[in-house]
Design a protein around this ligand. Structure first.
Ligand code: DGL
Length: 273
């Protein structure tokens, strides 16, 4: 049996904030990262478009031999994961697994809050899908969930403008809009894998006493548990500690931007889908 890498997918660079934490917790495995930069952002796109784009990328991972693919993108997890798991995987090969970032986050986020009121910051697609309220209520029926879409944040990050006065304006605006929904919110989840880049700025505008939670370490811990519980899958993954990066847009652009998200220089290859 040929062993293969774990596939990690995002619409662009955001998934690198998740991969960074996964590699920290599980350094021995091999990983392939794909950013669909040519078609990012996914956030404002329709359900069907995000589903089709994500499925195409998942199929590409399967062609590379990956048995396990992580959708390190909330928008793709919200709009495509269920369809892929229920409709496509049975056709594509039952041994293959595709996991998202919403479930690991929602199954523990309730434990962070003392007031029982949680704020979710995400893309328009993630917010409109209602995936977070639905999943959180599944694990924590009593928790109140308040959502705020932040459509300007990904473009500001992707365009390298997150330290500009314009970024401050939109960071404050969306936080104000979220916090105006309830004075009880004491925990805010960054439910978009791009948003950790803004964490210091967001903290500047948050009232004291509100905890800001990023997903990277949470998703990494959940994956470690998953691989521990599923030895059959863990055995199928090669363990030489390698990392390979691919992008659907310019590899030079990807390499220029990626270190901000991954914390290290990367060398990527371009692919056409
Ligand atoms: N990183 C993606 C997420 O976690 C959003 C970026 C995009 O809009 O493409 O939702």
């Amino acid at each position: 049996m040929k062993k293969t890498a774990i596939g990690v997918f995002d619409s662009g660079y955001g998934g690198l904030t998740i991969l960074k934490e996964i590699v920290k917790q599980l350094p021995d495995y091999d990983y392939i990262y794909l950013g669909d930069n040519a078609r990012a952002p996914y956030g404002p796109r329709s359900f069907d478009t995000v589903y089709q784009y994500t499925l195409q990328c998942v199929e590409w991972f399967f062609e590379q031999g990956c048995e396990l693919v992580i959708l390190a993108c909330n928008t793709a997890s919200a709009k495509a994961l269920r369809n892929i798991q229920q409709k496509d995987l049975p056709k594509l090969g039952t041994n293959k697994r595709v996991l998202g970032v919403i479930r690991p986050s929602t199954e523990i986020i309730g434990n962070f809050s003392k007031t029982g009121s949680i704020g979710i910051l995400g893309t328009i697609g993630t917010v409109l899908s209602e995936s977070y309220p639905i999943e959180i209520h599944h694990f924590f029926p009593e928790i109140k969930v308040f959502q705020q879409a932040c459509p300007m944040w990904v473009p500001l990050i992707e365009n390298g403008a997150f330290n500009s006065p314009g970024a401050d304006y939109f960071i404050k605006q969306y936080l104000d809009e979220l916090l105006a929904q309830s004075a009880e919110i004491d925990t805010i989840l960054l439910a978009c894998t791009h948003y950790p880049i803004l964490i210091d700025k967001i903290k500047q505008y948050l009232p004291v006493g509100i905890e800001l939670v990023s997903q990277g370490a949470i998703v990494a811990k959940s994956l470690a548990q998953y691989l521990d519980n599923h030895q059959d899958i863990s055995q199928m993954i090669s363990k030489t500690g390698s990392l390979h990066f691919f992008t659907t847009d310019s590899a030079a652009d990807f390499d220029n931007h990626a270190s901000l998200f991954f914390g290290k220089e990367v060398k990527s290859e371009h692919i056409f889908l």
